[in-house]
Design a protein around this ligand. Structure first.
Ligand code: ADP
Ligand code: ZN
Ligand code: ZN
Length: 737
């Protein structure tokens, strides 16, 4: 009797467990981890992924069903990547089936094929013919002979050989040839003996850049923080490090934040290298995504540039991972599988034993702390390239001052001067819409969202009241619903209002608004960037979209309209994010030949963070915040996790978290090294009709915290009351604690 064989299969389901199956009825070789299968699951057939096999099962054999079909002849994930995925499921306490599924392009998740390649070959009938059988039709005879000499030829091969579509059709009609398809193999990006991959000469590096490059050890894992302000030449260091990797015949993965990759950056990659570059981002069709994913997996792409989810893309010969703008919070997925692509990249590089470059002008406190702890190597690049001087910072105290819809007199004068000198101005305000609040002057009524604990935002471009939290919309009322007064006031300002104000004050000037509403599609953003890059005088008003990635060489003045909102936030990362954002925005100024000025309006100019930031010292600012975090034993000096629960009735979600806390304390009582906070209502208790609560765990020992979370997720799955409640475990949360 042969040994029994059971497969443990991961299926997309909310349950944190695997399911046992018998081998498929049609026997074949033992299935390796990472192979997709179709399995019966409840009443459905679903796509699952083989995780392991064993000789015994905890379930009665008679209850187990066989695998219905095997979809892949080889695993979709190389072994090292597979271990990273297993780690990620454990670390983030997320069901493995869901983790594996999210690492696959949708088409593969649904059970589709890998990209196929079509070939032509002789049919059985065709094979029997003598090679001069088609003497009277020379072109058909030529095709016959070609296919007699070569096993399978693609449409491209045939075109190159001068075979027309009509000739192919004739032989198909005579049933002499047939097409067949196989998985596209893709030529390696760097065939042996053809390792010259540079399409242009690299720039000669500054001494800081050279130092950074020289410090990189290519043959083993290490993490490097490349810290240099915008324009200091980090990208050039990446390009040269990548050159080294490609020459070794290995691939480089570059992760970027969830934004449209700036066309300039992509153009620089394309101009530098001959090799194919695969782009993986949310703007692709399902088919394009599959093709890009496959180009990485089969080694035909030398460079893979992608957003968050690309952290899990298989590579045939991984050589280096780069995370650009590593501080960016979009690397953390905020729902479902709540992973941090940056942290996954660190683990992946470690397991693959390859270097990891983390780049930023404003590194995260985590990464700076890791440098202090000597876990990462800190490589600084000082100064800017092209001789552009650093911008001068100016804090504008707006206490007691008369503001014109948010603008102080000194800011307006500065804008006027810059315009008259033919320069561009960037006005930063991280709030979309016209006004964040609509209020009745006579009775104090405020337009609130029915579904959220939030005010509705007044919009004038797509006129109406919009909720920025649940996306619900309604028409602008012409009178107060409570007292019928028509005295409705707009309080505060968003980008639309600043745009209108500036246009009214400077009727001659061109004002561009750059926010999610004005750049809804990719084309709109590109058109706008083209306009701006003509370097004609104009004013740009926008949200954080302006802070990211783009180069605006003609901007000489940056105005931060409202720097105060983050000073009093409950989010423990608010100040860090504010400092990063302001530094990034400021980095947009004076990148061209002219020096820049940064003006920051605040009611709290004496706040130490502004002082530190304005001395051009993001580093000192970060040290200050790190010190505060240390005093309060907050991350990165401790590890945090949130248990979130939401339900359309408040009481039950809260009660679940209270029971969860009791359970947790029975497992591990709170102590100076393990703190439980809450459950408390979320910063916005009701959102989209659901009441939201959270319980926070802060522990000094990661190991303890993870043991607790594993026990808790098991407990939550068993708890009857938890079933109807939407709950989630968020490890290393980005927002409020
Ligand atoms: P970052 O990625 O830090 O923003 P970049 O690499 O994009 O910086 O460099 C900013 C500008 O300076 C680019 O236009 C780039 O071509 C130029 N640059 C970078 N390094 C050098 C160098 N070693 N010599 C000359 N120009 C350079
Ligand atoms: Zn009223
Ligand atoms: Zn709402």
């Amino acid at each position: 009797m042969t040994d029994a064989l059971f497969y443990q299969v991961a299926v997309q389901s909310p349950l944190r467990r695997l399911f046992d199956y018998l081998p498929a009825v049609e026997t074949g070789p033992v299935l390796l981890p990472g192979v997709r299968v179709t399995v019966p699951f409840g009443k459905r057939e679903v796509t699952g992924i083989v995780v392991s096999h064993t000789a015994s099962s905890d379930y009665p054999v008679t209850k187990l069903k066989p695998i219905s079909a095997v979809l892949d002849s080889a695993p979709l994930f190389p072994p090292v990547l597979f271990t990273v995925l297993l780690w990620a499921a454990r670390y983030y306490q997320h069901p493995l089936g869901d983790v594996l599924a999210s690492a696959l392009p949708t088409l593969l998740r649904k059970g589709g094929d890998l990209p196929q390649q079509n070939f032509w070959r002789l049919s059985t009938h065709g094979k029997g013919l003598p090679n001069d059988a088609l003497r009277r039709a020379p072109s058909q005879q030529a095709l016959l002979q070609l296919l007699q000499q070569h096993e399978g030829l693609s449409r491209d091969d045939l075109s190159t050989a001068g075979v027309s579509a009509a000739t192919i059709r004739s032989l198909v009609n005579k049933e002499l040839i047939e097409s067949f398809s196989t998985t596209l193999t893709g030529a390696n990006f760097a065939p042996d003996g053809e390792r010259e991959i540079l399409a242009e000469a690299p720039l000669s590096l500054s001494s800081d850049q050279q130092d950074a490059l020289d410090n990189i050890e290519f043959k083993a894992y290490h993490s490097y923080l490349i810290d240099g302000e915008t324009g200091s030449g980090k990208t050039e260091v990446y390009l040269q490090a990548i050159t080294h990797v490609l020459r070794e015949g290995r691939q480089a993965l570059v992760l970027i934040p969830e934004i449209n990759l700036s066309p300039q950056t992509l153009a620089r990659f394309r101009a530098r290298f001959h090799c194919p570059i695969a782009l993986i981002h949310s703007g692709l069709s399902e088919r394009q995504r599959l093709e890009a994913w496959w180009a990485a997996a089969n080694g035909s792409a030398g460079i893979i540039i992608g957003t968050r989810s690309a952290a899990f893309v298989p590579m045939q010969a991984p050589g280096m991972i780069i995370v650009d703008e590593e501080h960016d919070s979009s690397f953390k997925q905020q729902e479902g599988f709540r992973y941090s692509a940056r942290d996954v990249a660190v683990m992946r590089a470690n397991r693959e034993n390859i270097p990891l470059l983390l780049g930023s002008a404003t590194p995260s406190l985590e990464s700076l702390y890791n440098c202090e702890q000597q876990r990462y190597r800190h490589l600084s690049i000082k100064g800017r390239h092209g001789g552009a001087a650093q911008a001068a910072w100016q804090l504008v105290d707006i206490r007691h001052s008369q503001l014109n819809t948010g603008f102080s007199q000194s800011v307006l004068e500065a804008i006027k001067t810059q315009l008259s000198e033919g320069n561009q101005i960037l006005v930063f305000l991280n709030r979309r819409g016209f006004a964040p609040t609509l209020m009745c002057h006579d009775c104090g009524w405020v337009a609130n969202c029915k579904h959220c604990d939030a005010h509705l935002t007044v919009h004038t471009h797509r006129p109406g009241l919009h909720c920025h939290h649940c996306e619900s919309r309604q028409a602008l009322p012409s009178s107060c619903p409570d007292c019928a007064s028509v005295q409705l006031n707009y309080l505060g300002q968003g980008t639309e209002r600043s745009e209108a104000t500036l246009q009214a004050l400077f009727p001659e000037a061109i004002v561009h608004r750059v926010d999610r509403d004005s750049t809804g599609n990719k084309r709109a953003m590109e058109t706008l960037l083209e306009q701006i890059n003509k370097n004609e005088p104009c004013i740009l008003v926008g949200t954080q979209m302006l802070a990211k990635g783009h180069h605006f060489p003609a901007v000489t003045l940056v105005v931060v309209l409202d720097a105060d909102t983050s000073l009093f936030s409950t989010d423990f990362r608010a100040l860090e994010k504010m400092g990063q954002l302001i530094t990034q925005v400021a980095g947009r100024a004076g990148r061209g030949a002219k020096p820049g000025v940064v003006m920051i309006q605040s009611h709290h100019c004496e706040h130490p963070v502004f002082e530190l930031l304005s001395q051009h010292s993001y580093g000192k600012f970060a040290q200050h915040l790190l010190h505060e975090r240390q005093l309060s034993a907050m991350p990165p000096f401790s590890n945090a996790a949130l248990i979130r629960a939401e339900f359309h009735q408040g009481g039950e979600a809260l009660a679940l978290l209270q029971r969860a806390r009791t359970y947790l304390e029975s497992q591990m009582p709170s102590s100076p090294t393990l703190r439980y906070l809450g459950p408390f209502p979320a910063a916005m208790e009701r959102r989209n009709g659901r009441y939201r609560y959270q319980l926070t765990l802060i522990g000094n020992e990661r190991r303890d915290l993870h043991a607790l979370l594993a026990a808790l997720s098991h407990w939550l799955e068993q708890d009857k009351g938890a079933r109807k409640i939407r709950w989630a475990i968020d490890v290393d949360p980005q927002d409020t604690i």
